[in-house]
Design a protein around this ligand. Sequence first.
Ligand code: HDL
Ligand code: ZN
Length: 426
Amino acid sequence: MNVPDTNSNTEIKTTDQLKTVISDAIHSQNITDIHTHLFSPPFDELLLWGIDELLTYHYLIAEVFRKSDVSYQQFWRMTKAQQAELIWQTLFIENSPISEACRGVVTTLDELGLDVSSRNLQDYRDYFADTTVEAFIDTVFESANVSKVVMTNDPFDPAEAPVWESGDTGDTRFEAALRMDVLINSYEDTAYEHLRGLGYEVDPTLSSEKGYKEVRRFLETWIQRMNPKYMAVSLPPDFQYPDDSVLGRIFDNCILPISREFNVPFALMIGVKRAVNPQLKMAGDGTGKADLTSLETLLRENPDNKFLVTLLSRENQHELCVIGRKFKNLMIFGCWWFMNNPSVIEEITRERIELLGLSVIPQHSDARILDQLIYKWKHSRQIIADVLVEKYQSILDVGWTLTTSEIERDVNNLFGGNFERFLNGN
Ligand code: HDL
Ligand code: ZN
């Protein structure tokens, strides 16, 4: 079989050549993963890795209750190893592991060179027992071809704060994002007391100039401490802006001015219904369609602010693309959480390219366990590559010319360049 000529200035003429060039470009592309829940080693227990963590990922916890007779109480009384064994037996042995979260574990084990046909959980446990977290970080970043990951950092988390205050967060491949959920969504019942305890003169309903000034001081302190790529918050489907509420007042008087002053974009992750089923704990969150009028107003009334946005409802995705066409201060990113499945990634990527061309960040992993970088990126690269082949083929068919270096340029923008330019552009 003739091997298509794919050197950088070769003009691409055939579909086979196009497929090879796109596949090579996508799979060799070093990725900046802009939203994860991973942590660098100095955060110790917060950095999750290994087969028992993979198997007790909250996505699989939600799925095991649908197939097992175990009660919530029985499950939560189990050790992590016992939970992992139940999930392995139920979802991988007694049933075939074809859900996306199950399939991801199999992909990861296979990519790590383990024999998935053995189905021997102990063999997999022995593999992880024989390595160190530092060595495994190198293995995973190399296998997933990821250069940097952005963490999700909560300044209100007592497990995190001391590491930041020590000034040593270790591995520079792990960058920070300043997560604002507690400040914005739990101000009156959590953040207020926490801030007072730290000596910030804030008021209970955050409705005074002094309070606004103090919250800005808190944000400045953490921006200087973390050097975050962006500030982020997850919001419910009924998020309203403007709003005469703590959220509205924190947005207008604290986060938006600080975001402009320090050129730190604000990431909005909209559509999550927390604790739809509290008995599932972290696995109990759901999704809902949001009224995006609030997002349009936020973008229109704050043209000098930069917003990264991802939405949790499939029904919101097309509207988001249209909003992206209206506002250049909006960078759309990722296929978040319940969107991170092949059928939806394909649909979302296709409509984004049709409406927004190459001006988006198509994916993030949302990885909670280090090993997941391997499967989340392997799966997404393939889907995005297939959509790109279709889109580039459509212009080749009408006489447009393309070179390998142009494809590589576009792919580099999708998987890192757009993010860096959005952060650094003013
Ligand atoms: O709020 C978020 O950042 C979500 O990604 C949640 O952490 C969620 O539990 C999750 O892990 N989704 O993938
Ligand atoms: Zn997340």
